[in-house]
Design a protein around this ligand. Structure first.
Ligand code: ADP
Length: 259
């Protein structure tokens, strides 16, 4: 079940360095949110706080709240491993397990979560996930081949299949197309659009056309200068951000005057 995300007064630190400050944001279920802004303004850092991956680095921490359907992910009794099971992530470079077969790549997340499944159920899950990632037709006859035998675009769809196989509520994507050619990029964008029927999706992208094409809402992050924390400057319907933003800095950024 896709979840509603609510972020309140979120500050994000790497040791004593405050990388992101004061984020307040609401994200509706079954929607696609794009995060844009110049390099270094904290988009990826922010994204990683939505599944508690930020804190895996020594000294990295947050203050404030990130809630999913009202439950604060940072409450002391919440297990970060469970959070990551509900909030899947797809990275910039496709990172299939290279020696593992296509089949095992998709099944990997489920196996890691210690869910013992009968072979027939696992087969079905692998097929459904590959279909959900628009990859099934291309790989159904070679499920035993290594993940690394696929093209970059196919590998990224394989990683999406792996992420959706564990049936998360939320899917985070950190520049998922930045290593891909334009055709594979369009295939992933079509796929993202289909996935919003099942998940809440948050995507970081440096590609403004992509944000405009795929997202319902867009958040613009910015930074005043080196060493200063990044901030969410404004967030609105994507159409509005790209036609008539409220803040001058957003307009300057989307019209290419900086960044
Ligand atoms: P963006 O995704 O918008 O390009 P990042 O989230 O990657 O920005 O970076 C935001 C800030 O946090 C930058 O100043 C960056 O140098 C810093 N930062 C990112 N990752 C780390 C890290 N692992 N350790 C320390 N500082 C980091």
């Amino acid at each position: 079940m896709a979840k509603r995300i609510e972020v309140a007064d979120l500050d994000i630190y790497y040791g004593s360095f405050k990388a992101v400050e004061g984020v307040n944001m609401a994200i509706e279920p079954y929607s696609i949110t794009a995060l844009i802004g110049p390099s270094g303004c904290g988009k990826s850092t922010f994204l990683r706080t939505l599944n508690r991956m930020h804190e895996v680095l020594p000294g990295a921490r947050v203050s404030g709240k990130v809630a999913m359907d009202g439950q604060n992910l940072y409450d002391p009794d919440i297990d970060p491993v469970t959070v990551r099971r509900h909030v899947g992530m797809v990275f910039q470079r496709p990172n299939p397990f290279p020696t593992m077969s296509i089949y095992d790549n998709v099944a990997a997340g489920v196996k890691l979560n210690n869910r013992r499944m009968r072979k027939a159920s696992l087969d079905e899950l692998v097929e459904t996930s590959l279909r959900g990632a628009n990859l099934w037709e291309e790989v159904k006859d070679r499920l035993g081949r290594p993940g690394s035998s696929l093209s970059g675009g196919q590998q990224q769809r394989l990683c999406i299949a792996r992420a959706i196989a564990i049936k998360p509520d939320v899917l985070l994507m950190d520049e998922p197309c930045s290593a891909l050619d334009p055709i594979s990029t369009l295939a992933i964008e079509d796929l993202i659009n289909e996935l919003k029927e099942k998940f809440t999706i948050v995507i970081v992208t440096h590609n403004m056309q992509q944000a405009a094409r795929v997202s319902d809402r867009t958040g613009f992050f910015n930074i005043e200068g080196t060493g200063k924390p990044g901030k969410l400057i404004e967030m609105d319907a994507t159409q509005r951000i790209f036609s008539n933003p409220s803040v001058k800095a957003t307009e300057d950024y989307i019209t290419g005057r900086f960044g």
